[in-house]
Ligand binder design. Sequence first.
Ligand SMILES: [Fe+2]
Length: 371
Amino acid sequence: MALFDTDTITIESLKKLLQEQIPVKIVDVRSQENFDQWHIPGSELLPVNSALQETDDNVFLDMGFTSGLPVVVVCQEGFLSRKATEQLRDLDIEAYSLEGGIKHWTRVWNTAEMLLEDTKITQIRRAGKGCLSYLIINNGEAAVIDAAVEPQTFIDLASENQAQIKYVLDTHIHADHFSRSKQLAEQTGAKLLLPAQNLVQYKFTPIQDDDQITIGKAVLKAIHTPGHTDESLSYLLNNQILFSGDLLFLNGVGRPDLKSTDEIARQKTAKLYRSLQKILNLPEDTLVLPGHYHQPVAFDGKLIGKTLQYLKEHLPLLYLEEKAFINEILTDMPDTPPNYEQIVDLNISGDAENHDLVDLEAGENRCNSQK
Ligand SMILES: [Fe+2]
């Protein structure tokens, strides 16, 4: 029996299939270049992009394509995948075109959880974009860090855990996605805590180095870690878990060059170096939970995080002297994130009402200073 009685599939349906581990074959019909930039985890690139655009012949017949599983076809915006789906169906293959294509996939999220004694931490991951948000719950109280998906997601997750969101925090002013923190605070009555700075044009409570908040019986402490941006904060939970924002990732460190001249980028890289030294002095078993992941996030429920000890063992960058570190970071920087100047402006104004966030936020994550 067919999975669906239509020949298209929504991102929500695909998310459900992946979460429930229902076997499907996801094929991507975009160009190699687009696929290399970002794709759905587990998907396979079929080299049919040009042929699909240039001819009306059945390109799958030519390549002898077969599949024992239902096939989900992905393209950029959901148009070419329709043509491919039709051709696959002509070969009696149960195929579905992903509505809205990879562009819509940018909104899909999944979760992973962990317990730190009596504190529950849920990592909410935008599967395509790699943005990581966190919900921390202790004793019926909750805090959200870096709300990167729709506010209702956090409201629902908190209520499933009988918790009330008391604080909403950002680690910094983001350049790759619109922060949903202001909206979330407004909708829940939670206190909006942003790193102290005078850029943001709406009301918030500033939080700075050494400030502490309590979530039930848990304590979250701010550590000023400038570099990626001047205001950047990391947050340390119960002296055991570090929410490192865009300072430290599992495969590198944050980029210091956005919205900066060469000279300012150099100064920010020096700050980044010193911030890292501060963090590297924490106990080695501190668990680092970053603000982004560098790959499409799998639907595996596995938390994205590593101990400081692991990161020290795997990131040689962390052992460089300051001068070598600065040179290493500033040499061969990746392309800037798509639409980043506009996204920063939206985060400063706090209002994205007349903007198409799907368009603005589409694309891979490029917060990392390494390619
Ligand atoms: Fe960032």
